[in-house]
Design a protein around this ligand. Structure first.
Ligand code: ATP
Ligand code: MG
Length: 415
């Protein structure tokens, strides 16, 4: 069915070694789905009946990650294979050490182990519950995932509302895969979201930010955002600020263009920063707030500064935006009125600002979406041509020293 060259050498090795030691082991999830779709998998996950401790004994490089949902990272060369033990069924009200649920039924801990059958039933989508034995070269399909891949359908396993209550993040996963794969959402999988959407508000803000990265920084932010909005999840995820002024076409256009630009850059493998996209998505809210503050007598610079602070703080009630990004967002906003002023004495300083380029890009978006005339960007284009070496030259000093990952961390149901 597949060639062994379809799988990474690490994945093949991990499966072989576990099977040699007498365990069951399969490549599972996104990699099998992507191969069926003729796409190159971005990473490989392995599922096994070996416990985390037993997995550790098979691989010197193995490390157990996470407490509430334990997984094992096995390093093979430069690759990291994520190995999970088959999850089993448990009563949600037992409150035992291994499994624990909140009042709404949300799983706070999920370390009850089970068989391959149990594991398949506990996965989120039928198309993600496909297992491939790279040794025997057989596909195991307990949930009719193959048929759904062929029919291009996203379908939750089990009763959708119950599965969303167990883990509300599954709702955004449904929309993410629908957008990214351009699949249809099965009607019950779709309609249950209306019932349970608000539960997203109970998810810890740090986990929501990780999910936000997967939703918006993986090259499909525009279609994903449209689905989130359609299902009323966008404000649960990002807070009301993201919808401020959304009734104006300029705000809609600006947000849409920011996302399509980001998606294009991802497709072209060019660098993207969450700070810029967040700054653009929350710009209409920030601008509106700054206008209100100015009407109360604050100066433009002061108003923008306070507005930025408030909007970031409100957004962080939902999304735990790391400081390195939220500081950058506020810098990008603070630069807007400064760019507009075009003060000759400040030109070089502003050009050298590490977020000048991003601030200029936001200014371009504001002009392109019909909110502003283009004299300001004309001016700054000319300045950049005159002093190209200055642009963003203060960059290295501050943040890039200990550059941290901006790629989504991979988390399992409960973090
Ligand atoms: P991607 O290509 O984005 O990595 P993926 O399907 O591999 O897609 P992961 O987030 O890497 O997605 O998760 C790996 C597998 O773990 C999924 O295929 C799914 O079977 C299972 N899984 C992940 N999150 C959940 C969840 N919240 N509930 C149930 N199962 C989940
Ligand atoms: Mg994966």
């Amino acid at each position: 069915m597949f060639e062994s060259s379809d799988f990474s050498s690490g994945a093949v090795h991990v499966v072989e070694r576990l099977q040699d030691q007498g365990f069951e082991a399969y490549v599972v999830g996104g990699a099998v789905r992507d191969l069926l779709l003729g796409k190159k998998p971005k990473d490989f996950d392995v599922a096994t009946n070996a416990t985390p401790e037993q997995i550790k004994q098979c691989f010197r490089s193995a490390r157990i990650i996470g407490r509430r949902f334990q997984i094992v990272h096995v390093r093979s060369g430069r690759e990291i294979i994520e190995v999970t033990t088959f999850r089993g069924h448990h009563d949600t009200d037992t409150g035992s050490q291994a499994a624990q649920a909140s009042q709404s039924g949300r799983l706070l801990r999920d370390n009850v182990y089970g068989s391959l059958d149990d594991d398949a039933r506990r996965r989120d989508l039928t198309i993600n519950a496909l297992y491939y034995d790279t040794v025997a070269q057989t596909l195991i399909d307990k949930m009719d995932g193959q048929a759904d891949v062929a029919a291009r359908i996203i379908r939750i396993i089990g009763a959708p509302a119950d599965r969303y209550r167990e883990d509300p993040v599954r709702m955004v996963r449904v929309l993410r895969f629908a957008a990214r794969l351009e699949f249809d959402i099965e009607p019950r999988t779709r309609s249950a979201i209306a019932e349970t959407g608000t539960l997203l508000r109970d998810i810890p803000a740090a986990r929501l930010f990780d999910e936000w990265l997967k939703l918006f920084m993986n090259g499909f932010s525009a279609p994903t955002c449209a689905l989130l909005r359609e299902h009323g999840l966008l404000t649960h995820l990002m807070g009301d600020g993201v919808d401020a002024a959304h009734d104006t076409s300029a705000a809609q256009l600006l947000q849409h263009q920011a996302m399509t630009n980001t998606d294009r850059r991802v497709a072209e493998d060019r660098p993207v920063t969450p700070a810029f996209l967040l700054a653009a998505l929350f710009w209409p809210a920030t601008e509106q707030r700054a206008d209100q503050l100015m009407a109360r007598g604050e100066s433009p610079l002061q108003a923008m500064h306070s507005a930025g602070q408030q909007i970031v703080q409100e957004a962080c009630q939902h999304l735990a935006i790391p400081k390195r990004f939220s500081f950058a967002m506020r810098d990008i906003w603070d630069l807007q009125p400064r760019l507009e002023r075009r003060q000759p004495k400040k030109v070089k300083d502003l050009l050298a600002h590490r977020w000048f380029r991003a601030a200029f890009d936001l200014r371009l978006l504001r002009e392109a979406s019909g909110g502003e005339g283009d004299e300001c960007s004309d001016f700054w284009s000319a300045q950049q041509q005159q002093y190209p070496e200055l642009v963003g030259s203060k960059r290295e000093r501050r943040e890039d020293k200990g550059r941290r990952r901006t790629r989504p961390r991979r988390r399992k149901p409960e973090a």
